[in-house]
Structures are given as C-alpha cells and as structure tokens.
Design a protein around this ligand. Sequence first.
Ligand SMILES: [Zn+2]
Ligand SMILES: [Zn+2]
Ligand SMILES: [Zn+2]
Length: 259
Amino acid sequence: MINSTYPHLRPQEKYELMYMSCYPPARTGCLLTAQERTEIPYFRLKHRDTKLVQEGAARRDVDDILEYALRMATGSGAPQDEDIAMKMLMDVIESDFPSNKRAVAANLASFLFIHRTESDEDGFSHAVELCQLSIHLGHYAHIAVFLFLMCSQEFDIVLPLDARADAGPIGVLFDKYDRFQEETGFQPFKSTHCVACGTKRQLRRCSGQCAPFRKPMYCNRECQKADWVKHRKWCVVPVIEEDPDKDTAVYRLHLASAG
Ligand SMILES: [Zn+2]
Ligand SMILES: [Zn+2]
Ligand SMILES: [Zn+2]
C-alpha cells in the first residue's frame, strides 16, 4: 500500500488527507503549498462545531451530511464510526442531490474503501468504481491520482491506449491521469519508475528547478533527453550564458550533477 502510514496518523491528519484527496479538483490541489494543505482543512474543521454539523445533517443539508461523514470516517471532532460514515456517503451517492455533491460523496467513499480499518477483500475495486463515478459526474480529485498510482506503481499495471476502452473503470483512471499529467506536468513524488522507459533501476530526480510535484525520475541521461520535449515546459533551468543551441546548454547544466 502506498499509504501505509495512514492508520498511524492522528485524527486531524486523517481529516486533512481525506479532505484534500476528495474535495479540491486535482488540478488546483497540486498547486497548493504544504502549509495550505494543512490550513485549509484545519480552518474548515475549527470554524464549525460538530454539533451544528450534526444538526445540519439531520435536516438533510448535503454539505453537512458530507462533513459529518468526513468527521466520523476520520474520528476528527466526532467519534470514529467508519460504517455509519460509509452509509451516509452511499445515501448521498444514491440520492438526487446535485451531481457535484454526489461526486464528492463518491470520492469520500472511495477513499474510505482504501483506508478503512477493516478492509474489504474487494475494497480496491469498489474504490475504483466509485472514483470512476465521480469522474463521470465531472470531478477529478487527488483520490483518482492516488488510485492510478496504486495501479501503475504498485500493481505494475500497464495499459496501452488501445487496451483502455476494454479495461472498464481502470481504463478511465489511466485516460484521465494522462490528461491531468499533460495539463499540469504532475509527477508522483515517490515514483518507482523511470518516466521515459519504465525501468525501476537507478532512478534520479530531475535536478532542474521544476516544482517538487513536477520532478520526473529518470534512469539515465538518454531517458532524460528523450523526455525533455515533454518536461521542458515545466522545468525552469537557469541559463548562464546565451547559447544558440539552448537545449544543449540546458542538458549540460541539468545533468552536471547527475554524473
Ligand atoms: Zn465489498
Ligand atoms: Zn529510463
Ligand atoms: Zn525538471
């Protein structure tokens, strides 16, 4: 499991992670600083008392139902009860609440299937199906990125473009990730594979000034060169002297520390 530290997190840390994985679109979530990722959920948790959330949920206020489920799922501000949280989320998913709310509920349920204490044998496939539902409802959040990374980095699933249509919900995850990656330059922080050739050996991170969430892993110079056409858009490299052949200058600078 990529996130084997989850059970050891404090309730508030679980809340932060679950919130950030399920609510903001992945595209904006990945641009947030580490501080913002902590503060945004913290303010949310502190500014509204659980008692008010509970009352709102009882009145069928959908935001409060989702919030109450999030608190119960993580034991943050409310006693932990994963089963009740899951039931509340399933109710929202099957309701006629607006699709953006149902999409968040599907993400939260997806997250809970992966992280819950007593894991279900087919929890992973439930999680993927719920995540696909959320994508279908127009919401692509970090939980979808996380599930894609589990498939590709941990289960070593490779899905060529022409195999995706027949791969069901997993095919959707792969397609959406590719588009997200192209739009944002996103690279997984703890990637286990070279982005260019897929090997797991001798990986080094790009030494340019690309943002941490955009740093690709390469096995060698050839792979870094091959990927440059894609990565150059996201990698700001200081060019010391004007060189008519800028790309070459960039490589030299860039790879000097890679040895
Ligand atoms: Zn099941
Ligand atoms: Zn490589
Ligand atoms: Zn770079």
